[in-house]
Write a protein that binds this ligand. Structure first.
Ligand code: AMP
Ligand code: ZN
Ligand code: FE
Ligand code: FE
Length: 301
């Protein structure tokens, strides 16, 4: 039997009706600035009962987060924020509790990560050619070993050299997707990724789908196609969604019978997002756990 069933029952016992749940966070296994165990400790400090650890395209933080969760009394829902691409638009698909040994899923994640590496090398070359003080070795030196690399790691080097005061300013300038230094990386189609996550026993929830401040956003029709492919939820409450975008996401979730979530998208010191600034209702978490059929274990709390 898959474990989520057990964890689900335990959860019913241990979580109070007022439990605080934040299902989208990052550690330094991708572009957060803290170790997975530290993210969990911060979550405990912030009064959270449940967090999802959802690093970009990688599962390497799960074990440490789970161990810290047992110590700190935080239930850690293991997840991945799977980078997808739809007609040139970047789509982020949260995958909760997939089997971390599922071969097709692992192959896709591995392809994304290696393409992230080569893409970052190309961006660094373009920047260096224009006189920016950066080498790929320095990017690697500043990122955690084996991290799933992204533009924030370039930002960190430029911040270190005083070119920009923070990641945010670097993103507003040379790292924006409109910039001449921008290079895209491999990312699967979102409907295909949805099917792949479901096949791996995971639960797909689209992250911040209507965050227009990030650039062009996807169509309602894409979400409908993803729902047909087995997508379970929509992240509605996220700081990059304005009030009308939240309302739109919530109405669409109702129409497509999708679960609604809310989360911080915490990146440690890499972003202003604070743990627990948006949260998910218990009923939504229960619906997500009920749909998980993989062996992406939840710790036995
Ligand atoms: P990449 O995955 O390399 O395309 O970079 C995108 C990542 O950069 C996303 O996961 C965001 O979390 C992060 N990011 C995007 N905009 C900003 C920003 N303004 N400040 C800090 N991090 C950002
Ligand atoms: Zn990120
Ligand atoms: Fe995202
Ligand atoms: Fe994220």
């Amino acid at each position: 039997m898959p474990c989520p069933d057990t964890a689900y029952r335990v959860l019913m016992v241990t979580l109070a009706p007022a439990a605080r749940i934040d299902l989208h966070t990052h550690s330094w296994c991708s572009d957060g600035t803290e170790a997975p165990g530290v993210v969990v400790a911060q979550a405990a400090k912030a009064g959270l009962d449940v967090i999802g650890l959802t690093d970009h395209d990688v599962v390497s933080g799960w074990a440490q987060a789970d161990a810290a969760g047992r110590e700190q009394g935080v239930l850690v829902v293991p997840g991945i924020e799977v980078s997808c691409n739809w007609r040139g638009i970047s789509v982020h698909l949260l995958a909760y509790l997939p089997d971390p040994h599922d071969e097709p899923l692992l192959a896709e994640l591995s392809a994304s990560r290696s393409s992230r590496d080569t893409r970052l090398q190309r961006m660094v070359k373009l920047l260096a050619a224009d006189g920016y003080p950066i080498t790929y070795d320095e990017v690697l030196e500043m990122a955690a070993a084996q991290a799933s690399l992204g533009r924030p790691h370039i930002a960190d080097v430029l911040v270190r050299h005083g070119v920009f005061p923070s990641r945010d300013e670097a993103f507003a300038d040379v790292l924006s997707s409109d910039s001449r230094y921008y290079v895209a990386h491999h990312a699967p189609d979102p409907v295909h990724a949805t099917e792949m996550i479901v096949a791996a026993g995971g639960v797909p929830v689209i992250a911040h789908p209507f965050a227009s401040k990030r650039g062009k956003v996807v169509s309602d029709d894409l979400l409908a196609d993803m729902a047909d492919a087995g997508m379970v939820g929509v992240e509605v409450d996220h700081r990059d969604h304005g009030p009308s975008e939240r309302a739109h996401a919530a109405a669409l979730a109702d129409r497509l019978r999708l679960v609604q979530t809310g989360s911080s998208d915490y990146h440690g010191a890499g972003k202003p997002n604070r743990l627990g600034e948006n949260t998910t209702r218990i009923a939504s978490l229960e619906a997500i756990l009920e749909r998980a059929t993989g062996t992406g274990l939840l710790g036995a709390h």
